[in-house]
Design a binder for this molecule. Structure first.
Ligand SMILES: Cc1cc2nc3c(=O)[nH]c(=O)nc-3n(C[C@H](O)[C@H](O)[C@H](O)COP(=O)(O)OP(=O)(O)OC[C@H]3O[C@@H](n4cnc5c(N)ncnc54)[C@H](O)[C@@H]3O)c2cc1C
Length: 448
């Protein structure tokens, strides 16, 4: 190993500045801790400008595929995937409390008030979302508005640029927490990739990372790994936790879309409204990708997709429904960040059932049967790679003492719903745990 040229000292060092890492940075800096936040990506500017700028924020210009060919979008920028996410908020799964004893009610309530998280007001429900909602209700579904991390007063009608990185600042992203943490004294190191955890007698004492000036050691009594579902496992593997990254879910999705006679879904806030078929593990919402990505989504769907490419000309008038489904844990993240994600029989069943329902809704909304297209299968929520109850304890501590995970890796089971509220609430909970004075922890454990 190359010798580090620099050594930094902190109380807490964090790998990755997505929702998990940024929340940890904020909460620990609020408690007066000296925080160093390492982010492998840059601080991309000009959010919301165009698809090329969006691809610049992605690992490998957005072209990351599983060994089996599934397209998994992996943002690499300050703020992580929250910069391009759709801003949909879903409360944590009930089984986290029932089965794992993790109660996030207090943190979630705190979060809902703080942002605030709410449904969109009528004037921000675009024409395509309205048409789809009405059609879904007409065919008998409970299709309703969804909670969003979006501040209506800052949002612009017919903008539709949430996934390009919101240009108006209406959508909450982890960058807000990063900036507040920096104002509290936290240090953000960009283009700095954490390689491994440094240990002494089984305890974490810091991390080794590579930044623009070369290798460095950042020494700290607490290490937080928040490099995301795909980024955290290689760090742990390199630190001797070889089972990290064995099994993961990615919540596969595809779009069913078709030309209509009104302004299309691309001008709406994605995921304005939808429904969740809990037993089937299917979530369906209105959603259209930015236009250049839509072409890729069709092109990556094989021969059938190529044949439907001419229909992309009508993208501006296209109504589109996303079907996102609960996944299995089949798959693996490798040390070199390549990965395998087979889509199993049950997952295909869910994708197909969702597509049938979407076709029915879109036809009710006025799309002709012959104009319907289905895109390639993609995924955007990789997680469950270092699961609570297996490699992590209830407080998300890894087998290395004082080294914690805090990102989508921790989610113990495939869930199939957007995970950001859960990750941020879990981070708030961990920060409380880490900053409670030792005497209070002992008192809490003693019988009354
Ligand atoms: C297009 C899209 C739409 C989405 N929509 C929604 C939605 O509406 N609602 C929702 O809840 N979720 C949504 N998600 C998912 C959500 O954005 C992610 O689940 C969430 O951002 C995960 O947070 P995280 O803390 O795990 O880290 P991530 O956001 O994955 O961030 C990890 C960060 O770590 C950095 N990193 C990686 N390796 C290293 C390393 N070795 N050292 C240092 N840094 C490293 C990466 O560059 C990245 O910035 C969406 C995702 C995508 C891609």
């Amino acid at each position: 190993m190359t010798q580090p040229t620099q050594t930094l000292q902190a109380d807490v060092v964090i790998a990755g500045s997505g929702p998990g890492g940024a929340t940890m940075a904020l909460e620990m800096s609020r408690k007066g801790k000296k925080v160093v936040l390492c982010e492998a990506g840059k601080y991309h500017q000009h959010l919301g400008s165009n698809t090329f700028m969006l691809l610049g924020m992605m690992d490998n210009m957005g072209l990351t595929f599983s060994k089996e060919g599934t397209w998994v979008i992996r943002p690499k920028t300050a703020g992580g995937a929250s910069v391009v996410y759709c801003g949909t908020a879903v409360r944590p799964p009930p089984w986290l409390k029932e089965k794992y004893g993790i109660d996030l009610d207090e943190e979630v309530d705190e979060l809902y008030k703080e942002i605030p998280i709410q449904k969109l007001p009528d004037h921000l429900v675009g024409p395509a979302a309205q048409r789809i909602m009405q059609a879904a209700r007409d065919v008998g579904h409970d299709w309703d508005l969804i909670d969003k991390w979006i501040r209506p007063e800052k949002c612009k009608q017919n903008c539709g640029k949430c996934s390009l990185g919101c240009p108006t600042g209406a959508k909450w992203t982890a960058r807000e927490y990063i900036e507040e943490a920096r104002a509290n004294g936290a240090q953000l190191l960009l283009k700095t990739k954490v390689d491994k955890v440094l240990t002494e007698s089984g305890k974490a004492v810091g991390v080794r990372a590579k930044g623009p000036q070369g290798w460095m050691d950042i020494l700290a009594e607490t290490v937080i790994l928040s490099a995301g579902g795909q980024g955290t496992p290689p760090i742990l593997q390199r630190s001797g936790v070889y089972d990290a990254g064995q099994g993961f879910f990615a919540d596969p999705l595809w779009l069913v879309a078709g030309r209509s006679d009104i302004q299309g879904s691309m001008y709406d806030i994605p995921m304005t409204a939808g429904m969740h078929l809990e037993e089937d593990g299917i979530m369906m919402t209105d959603l259209m990708t930015p236009p250049t990505m839509y072409v890729s989504c069709l092109a990556f769907a094989g021969k059938k997709g190529w044949a439907s490419l001419p229909k992309a000309i009508h993208a501006r008038k296209t109504l589109s429904i996303m079907i996102k489904v609960r996944d299995s844990l089949e798959g693996r993240i490798n040390l070199d960040e390549t990965f395998s994600k087979p889509i199993d029989y049950d997952t295909w069943w869910r994708l197909n059932k969702g597509a049938v329902l979407a076709e029915e809704i879109l036809q009710k909304a006025g799309v002709k049967r012959d104009d319907l297209v289905t895109t390639a299968v993609m995924a955007a929520h990789p997680g469950g790679t270092v699961r609570i109850g297996e490699l992590l304890d209830k407080d998300c501590q890894t087998p290395i003492q004082n080294c914690y995970c805090m990102d989508t890796t921790i989610i113990p089971e495939p869930w199939g719903l957007p995970p950001t509220v859960t990750v941020v609430a879990m981070a708030k909970r961990l920060a409380k745990h880490l900053t409670v004075p030792a005497e209070a922890k002992v008192a809490a454990q003693e019988p009354a």
